[in-house]
Every structure is written in structure tokens, then in C-alpha cells.
Design a protein around this ligand. Structure first.
Ligand code: 13P
Length: 266
């Protein structure tokens, strides 16, 4: 029988927390999050916090991600950090987050080069894709997801694609919490569309291995509903990930889903 995949819980701290605040959060998370079978918890601190966090964190309990990197391995690129430099620190790197696409004007080609650099350096990419509200209203969601996905994956082999994490983060649902939240039944079909695209282009084995997760205003109350969407294999959490109580609640919600799925199979 196929081993079920672990549910991925990724905390994207974004541009928050100085070194001492990061250290405090790590010790609280360590205390409140238990090592559980069937879930994988990943922390994505700022570039500055990544190194001290890597020294502090229990690597058996948490994996680390960087939030960005530059696609050249080394050279005269003032202010940048390469995937090569991150190799010993981070298991994952978040690539193509909408905040980078929007505020830092990262285009499709740059994101493709970052995904390739990530693979070349043995790091697993967490590729973020998602449409804006205007695009959704105009009925362009599928076209946008298709274009973002196909360009980003275009230099990869099927085997490389199968190792990736793809995070569907509709831009209109990020950090809205009280406002325009993506309802789980509304985005199920978008997750399926992404999965089908991978299957069509890279085959069923790749589609079965690739991990597809959701991100956008996930907190300890909503996590379960997202994790119950068929084919949703984890969550990428922003705001709620720098609150230890909420993030630990999300990890617990994931564990309950794992347990229930296992009981159903018995
Ligand atoms: P929020 O959870 O704050 O909506 O952020 C989601 C996100 O962008 C994670 O990468």
C-alpha cells in the first residue's frame, strides 16, 4: 500500500521578528508543538533570523525554509544571498510568493530561474502561484495558474517536479482573515486544476508525488477545513505563524486530520 504523505505545515514569518524575537518564538514553538507522526512542520524566518534559528531549532521537529534567494550561485550581486549559500541551512526555499511578484516585480522568467537554481543546489522549492482578485473576477484564474506553473517548471524533469511543493495562494485571500476569505469549497477546484496540469504534463507518477498545499489567511480555526479539501496536502501560513498559540493550534488540527484519516482506513 502507498505510504500516505505527511501533511506540511509551513510558517512564513515574512518580514517580522528581530533575532531575539525569533529566538523567543522558536522556544515557544518547541514547547507547544509535539513531534507527531504524519505531519511535517517547517519554519521560514527572515534571512537574518535563519542562521541563529538554525542553531537553536530542534531539527528533528522542525525543518527550515528561506523566503527567497537569488538565482546566481555567487558573484558581484550586492545585497543578495544565493541558493548555494543556503544549502546547509534550509531544506526549502519559498519561490514566487505574490509579495515578491508584486512588490519586487519578479517576473515569470526570474521565478523559473530561481526554481532551477533551487533544484541545482539540492534544495526543495515551495513554488507559490495564485491569481489576483481582478484576474479571478475576469475569469482568468486557470490561465494565470497555467502560465505561472508552466513557466516555473519549464526547465525541470518530471522527477524534479515530483519533489516540489506547490502552494496555491490566491492573492485576494492573503492576510484578509476577517474579509475576503477563500472558502474551502471555492478553492477545491483550483487545487484540482493545478494537480491535473501537473498530471497532464509530467504524468501520473509525478502528480502523485508532488505536494500541493494551500495558503491565504489560514489560522488555528480554519486550518482543519482547508486540510480536509481533497488533495490539499498542507498549509502555508503567514500571519498566524508568528503567534505560537495559533501555529501550534494549526499543527494540532493537522494531527487530528491525520488521525482521522488513519482511523477511516482501518
Ligand atoms: P496570511 O496567512 O497572513 O494570509 O499569509 C499567507 C501567505 O502569504 C503565506 O505565504
Amino acid at each position: 500500500m502507498k505510504k500516505p504523505k505527511k501533511i506540511l505545515i509551513i510558517g512564513n514569518w515574512k518580514m517580522n521578528l528581530n533575532v531575539s524575537q525569533a529566538s523567543l518564538l522558536v522556544s515557544r514553538l518547541d514547547k507547544h508543538i509535539k513531534t507527531r507522526k504524519g505531519i511535517e512542520v517547517v519554519l521560514a524566518p527572515s534571512m537574518l533570523d535563519l542562521q541563529p534559528v538554525s542553531m537553536q531549532v530542534d531539527r528533528r521537529k522542525f525543518r527550515l525554509a528561506a523566503q527567497n534567494a537569488y538565482h546566481h550561485d555567487e558573484g558581484a550581486f550586492t545585497g543578495e544571498v544565493s541558493f548555494t549559500m543556503l544549502r546547509e541551512l534550509a531544506h526549502y526555499v519559498i519561490i514566487g510568493h505574490s509579495e515578491r511578484r508584486i512588490y519586487f516585480k519578479e517576473d515569470l522568467d526570474e521565478i523559473r530561474d530561481k526554481v532551477s537554481a533551487c533544484m541545482r543546489n539540492g534544495i526543495t522549492p515551495i513554488l507559490c502561484i495564485g491569481e489576483t482578485k481582478t484576474e479571478r473576477r475576469a475569469g482568468e484564474t486557470r490561465q494565470v495558474l497555467h502560465d505561472q506553473l508552466m513557466t516555473a517548471l519549464s526547465n525541470l524533469t518530471a522527477e524534479e517536479v515530483s519533489e516540489m511543493v506547490i502552494a496555491y495562494e490566491p492573492v485576494w485571500a492573503i492576510s484578509t482573515f476577517e474579509g475576503d476569505i477563500a472558502k474551502p469549497d471555492e478553492i477545491g477546484k483550483d487545487l484540482t486544476f493545478i494537480r491535473d496540469q501537473v498530471k497532464e504534463l509530467y504524468g501520473v507518477q509525478t502528480e502523485e508525488k508532488v505536494r500541493i498545499i494551500y495558503g491565504g489567511s489560514v489560522d488555528d480555526h480554519s486550518a482543519r477545513a482547508y486540510l480536509e479539501i481533497p488533495g490539499c496536502e498542507g498549509v502555508l501560513v503567514g500571519g498566524a505563524s508568528i503567534n505560537y498559540h495559533k501555529f501550534a493550534g494549526i499543527a494540532e488540527a493537522a494531527y487530528r486530520v491525520v488521525k482521522e484519516n488513519a482511523e477511516e482506513k482501518e
